[in-house]
Design a binder for this molecule. Structure first.
Ligand SMILES: [Zn+2]
Length: 62
């Protein structure tokens, strides 16, 4: 089980996603983003995508 804080992705938001693996985390983060930060998905850049991927990978590497 690991956590990714939405605030770590540059959002002023207290949401914390938790999941047992990276795939589940990806789902949890994207589901939250779709609900709470639709503008983030609309303006998704490779940089933002990489940042999210890095946060997810980082959460499971420690
Ligand atoms: Zn959020």
């Amino acid at each position: 089980m690991a956590d990714v804080h939405c605030a770590d992705l540059g959002n002023d938001c207290s949401f914390v996603a938790s999941a047992d693996d990276a795939a589940g985390m990806q789902d949890a983060v994207m589901a939250h983003a779709a609900e709470a930060h639709p503008e983030l998905l609309e303006n998704m850049t490779p940089e933002v995508e990489a940042e999210i991927g890095k946060a997810i990978t980082g959460a499971f590497s420690s």
